[in-house]
Write a protein that binds this ligand. Sequence first.
Ligand code: ADP
Ligand code: MG
Length: 223
Amino acid sequence: MRPVIVAEGVRRSFGAAVVLDGVELRIAPGEVVALLGGSGSGKSTLLRILAGLDPEAGGVIRRPDHLAVVFQEHRLLPWKRVIDNVALGLTGPDLAGRANVALAEVGLADRGRAWPAELSGGQAQRVAVARALVREPDLLLLDEPFGALDALTRLRMQALLTRLHAQHGFAALLVTHDAEEALLLADRILLLEGGRIVEDSPVTIAQPRSRDDPAFGAARRHL
Ligand code: ADP
Ligand code: MG
């Protein structure tokens, strides 16, 4: 099947520091790929490049038409109501209706008129997910989306992402430093180290996913 995104020879330096040194990556339609790597290994840099947010980067990237990003911080505009944050930049008919559907899908049907400051951290991140979802992405890029949340909220968000993926079938690249989360959510785990993808391991379907899983090799160093 034609990949939803292909990246070849991705390079990025900041001054003398080479952060990405020839990253190759492809993701199949509907596939969930986790990107693991130590702090400062270049995960966010790579995600921004894949999202098309870094014009300085080298390499060749073929992106899908519909791509959406969720960052660790929700990045909602505080002066816009929740529903207007979700609909921001959308075009076409019935923006409010589409935004409300997306809010309902993340369990916030009744919060459209609220201001971002009135939301909990988990709710704000749900709005960020709704803002991505309403764009009907072929590929969702997530940069440690649950990293700032408490453990219970994180579990709920993981379950939400699993449900949305089952319903919508988008491909996803999930940046995380949480190896357990990678094993739980991903079909495949990539490990970024020294500016390159040094491991690329499928996660076998096993219930429950555990430390016996073959993909644990890629994840182990980050536990
Ligand atoms: P990760 O997300 O894996 O923790 P980052 O991609 O944020 O890592 O950063 C990788 C490296 O690139 C770090 O050493 C960081 O300091 C550096 N870096 C990232 N963005 C910039 C920037 N805009 N200017 C200078 N250095 C940067
Ligand atoms: Mg980062």
